[in-house]
Design a protein around this ligand. Structure first.
Ligand code: KMH
Ligand code: ZN
Length: 274
């Protein structure tokens, strides 16, 4: 099996310091969380940025500052900015970080109910527009799939020739109204991916480490971090993103899977180094 690529989703847009005081808002806090995740074994930082008061933003200046601070701490890390942003943002705002030409960025492949009145909107046209923008910039999209139908929309983008190389998916499991995180759900979703794809699994909330174990065993990769879960185990808040990554490393060691470092992750995912 390939070595395990660990992504740390350190900041998110919805999680707050009320959920866990270690959630990073400032640039210094973001750089600290990236370093702790990297030291523990993460190769990729999935990045959202905030104003200092915690308000989510897609401001180019803020992304630029966060990229610079993370690179100063850990030059080797792969930085994967979000083009999902937060639910109220326009497409233009969401696409801002692609101007920094990162090696990777997320490409959300469908619309999802977030609960109450909140809808995370990604129409077919939006997905195609974002895929086109990333292709023009030479950015590898991570195809975010929250439900089975989103694999179909990703397939459409693939068939249009808008994705270079093998597609890479992030299977997000256990959101309130998306794909559940049972083993049968995971297998069904993994089996629906085109042959030769690479995939990461993200378990939301209490599903985080069950999904990590399934990914370790299936030859997938793992995403953890405060964006998706703030607990190390039931009732115990994680002190940092590094603690969440460290738990995945321990699980992988127990199950006999080696951990990739960033340059190995670049090869596994077919990234073009910048
Ligand atoms: N915050 C969500 C609205 C992504 O980063 O691409 C979208 C999200 C997905 O987190
Ligand atoms: Zn995100």
């Amino acid at each position: 099996m390939e070595k395990l690529v660990i992504t740390a989703a350190i900041s998110g847009a919805e999680v707050t310091k009320e959920n866990n005081p270690a959630v990073p808002y400032t640039i210094a806090e973001i750089a600290r969380e990236a370093r702790l995740a990297y030291n523990a074994g993460a190769s990729i930082i999935h990045l959202h940025v905030r104003e200092d008061d915690g308000t989510p933003t897609q401001s180019l200046d803020r992304f630029e500052a966060a990229f610079a601070a993370i690179r100063e701490e850990c030059p080797e890390l792969i930085i994967q900015p979000s083009t999902g942003g937060a639910v109220w943002m326009s497409n233009a705002e969401r696409l801002t970080p692609v101007q920094l030409k990162p090696e990777m960025a997320t490409l959300d492949c469908g619309t999802l109910n977030f609960g109450g009145e909140e809808i995370f909107t990604n129409t077919e046209n939006t997905v195609i527009e974002f895929a086109r923008a990333m292709r023009e910039m030479g950015i590898k999209p991570e195809l975010e799939v929250f439900d089975r139908g989103m694999v179909q929309l990703a397939k459409r983008v693939l068939e249009m020739g808008l994705l270079e190389g093998n597609p890479h998916y992030n299977l997000v499991l256990g959101t309130a109204f998306g794909m559940p995180a049972g083993l049968e759900d995971i297998l069904y979703l993994v089996k629906s991916l085109p042959a030769g794809s690479t995939f990461t699994g993200t378990g939301i909330g209490r599903n985080q480490f069950n999904v990590a174990c399934a990914m370790i065993m299936l030859g997938g990769h793992v995403r953890v971090g405060f964006e998706d879960n703030v607990y190390l185990k039931k009732g115990v808040l994680a002190g940092s993103n590094g603690e969440l990554v460290d738990k995945v490393v321990r699980l992988a060691q127990e199950l006999g899977r080696e951990i990739a470092r960033p340059d190995e992750a670049r090869k596994i995912l077919g990234l073009k180094p910048r």
